[in-house]
Design a protein around this ligand. Structure first.
Ligand SMILES: [Zn+2]
Length: 278
């Protein structure tokens, strides 16, 4: 990670520790959704747009199109941001505690063409509950599913066999329920991983831990107003932003997020839109 970015994160209070990797780079260790991060410093919410399924009937053009990108080989090792492709933006949404929120994300993607990646925590029923609505979007490549473990433990405190089980169970679930292979992308719960975790994951094909640069800070409950401030602060070029399908605040922010992405002339992408699997 370049120095400027590191300092930005540090200043925003997102970084709580930094460790040098074997390669000698500074890699931020991020705590998922530390609500302190720079909230309330920029901008004000845009007017809400009246967009729903009734004004976007089937056959209408989407707000967002599929990107036209020449893919590059998937990076090996941790990614925190999109390494190339100016103008792209990756929304990555974790957990899925709320079936209703997963359903609303699905509807949001369906009506706008929004491209995004879910990091699925397999234990939550939301992923099976919403499978029939989500599956066509997954099959078309508009929505990607990747691995966020089965029960969301800190993998630093999980045995070698436990790490294998956690990733393996969700891997199997994704294959059985959606017919997709979640590799090579996994997101370690709380952002907690180390060389041991990464090497066990890599043996299962999960060679790319996906961290983030910017958070909607909604793993826990916040207000829609707070969430819009985080969106305003973090949604940007070559950013990987983390959100959560846990609490309903975000469902009141989809129009705002759509406006931001349009206004900033960003192309939403999945990870598979960018990278060729090895
Ligand atoms: Zn999580």
């Amino acid at each position: 990670m370049e120095r400027r970015t590191f300092l930005e994160l540090l200043a925003a209070g997102v970084i709580t520790a930094a460790t040098a990797t074997a390669a000698g780079f500074l890699v931020p260790r991020l705590i998922e959704d530390k609500n302190a991060a720079g909230f309330g410093t920029q901008g004000s919410p845009l007017p809400k747009m009246a967009r729903d399924d009734t004004v976007y009937p089937t056959g209408q053009p989407f707000v967002f199109d599929a990107p036209s990108i020449t893919k590059i080989p998937v990076p090996y090792g941790t990614i925190n941001a999109i390494p190339e492709f100016p103008g792209t933006f990756a929304l990555t949404v974790d957990d899925g505690i709320s079936s209703e929120v997963v359903r609303e994300y699905t509807r949001f993607c369906k009506r706008t063409g929004m491209r995004m990646t879910f990091f699925v925590t397999g234990q939550y029923p939301s992923w099976a509950d919403n499978a029939s609505a989500l599956r066509p979007l997954v099959e078309s490549g508009q929505v990607q599913l990747a691995n966020h473990t089965w029960s969301h433990p800190s993998l630093l405190k999980t045995s070698d066999g436990g790490v294998t089980d956690e990733l393996g169970k969700t891997h199997d679930f994704l294959f059985k329920t959606y017919g997709v292979d979640g590799t090579p992308y996994f997101r370690p719960p709380f952002g907690n991983h180390d060389a041991r975790v990464d090497s066990i994951a890599a043996r299962l094909g999960y060679t790319t831990p996906v961290m983030w640069h910017g958070s909607l800070s909604d793993a826990g409950q916040i207000t829609p107003e707070q969430l819009r401030e985080f969106a305003h602060k973090w949604i940007g070029e070559q950013r990987i932003v983390i959100g959560h399908a846990n609490f309903p605040a975000v469902t009141q922010c989809f129009d705002y997020i759509t406006e931001l992405i349009q206004e900033r002339k960003l192309q939403p992408v999945t990870l598979n839109d960018l990278f060729l699997k090895a």
